[in-house]
Design a protein around this ligand. Structure first.
Ligand SMILES: [Zn+2]
Length: 252
């Protein structure tokens, strides 16, 4: 009797794990997508605190229309809603610098545990949760690497706490959001240069250079085979075919 009960419980857990994993890897774009944004004062700076004080949904208004317009190139426009959640006091665990496979695995477990602990019932059940690590940064130095996990659909995005960076922040947020939905980077991890053809906004353009826009998963606009510049705003980015395939917006 007990053995049977134990077996059924185990079976239920296994089925539940399989179903949630499948859902994480196969987003249902027929249904509305809810994205919860949690701002965090990542450097404890007073200027960052002041920036977070004035932060409102105004900052993220362009995100949903952008995704609707881009998805419309491939399918019926998706419905996506962004919501600005509570400011969190604790930042997500720090991503290992250039860690081995094992330290990355450990980090992703810690990050999922962090997300589970921070979650409150008032947050609802968002499709994706992004932790926005706002900070002042140091002149000439890049911010730490942002990352999103497809499993559990969570991401940490490092952003500058200044209105001047607003448009680039929007690019960062959407880039990580698409990672959470399975899109891969389209730039060379060593050089940072967009990879041809999938990292190009207009790979069929002749002459090929200079390109006018960036692919969102490459974030840079190619000027030649080995030079490019950072996209300055969402208007100068597009979501190309390969990314759309990875997201499940078009059949493979
Ligand atoms: Zn990326």
């Amino acid at each position: 009797m007990w053995k049977k009960i134990r077996m059924s419980i185990l079976l239920i857990i296994l089925v539940w794990a399989a179903v949630t994993t499948w859902q994480d890897y196969h987003p249902n774009w027929q249904r509305p997508i809810f994205v919860l944004l949690h701002p965090i004062n990542a450097d404890g700076d007073a200027k960052t605190a002041a920036y977070l004080q004035q932060l409102s949904m105004q900052e993220y208004l362009e995100l949903a229309p952008y995704l609707q317009a881009m998805s419309k190139r491939y399918r019926a426009p998706i419905q996506v809603y962004f919501q600005l959640g509570r400011e969190l006091q604790q930042a997500p665990p720090v991503l290992p610098q250039q860690g081995a496979w094992l330290s990355y695995m450990l980090w992703s477990l810690k990050f999922r545990f962090y997300a589970w602990r921070q979650h409150q019932s008032s947050d609802g059940s968002p499709s994706v949760t992004l932790y926005l690590n706002y900070q002042q940064g140091h002149a000439g130095q890049p911010l730490p690497h942002s990352t999103a996990l497809q499993k559990g659909r969570i991401g940490v995005v490092h952003l500058f706490a200044t209105t001047r960076q607003r448009e680039q922040n929007q690019i960062m947020i959407l880039h990580e959001l698409l990672h959470a939905f399975g899109a891969s980077d389209k730039y060379d991890l060593l050089t940072g240069e967009p990879i041809y053809p999938h990292g190009y906004a207009a790979p069929e353009q002749r002459p090929l250079y200079p390109q006018q826009k960036a692919e969102l998963m490459a974030v840079r606009i190619p000027a030649s085979t080995h030079s490019s510049k950072m996209a300055q705003n969402l208007k100068s980015t597009v979501i190309q075919m390969r990314t759309a395939q990875e997201l499940g917006w078009i059949a493979d």
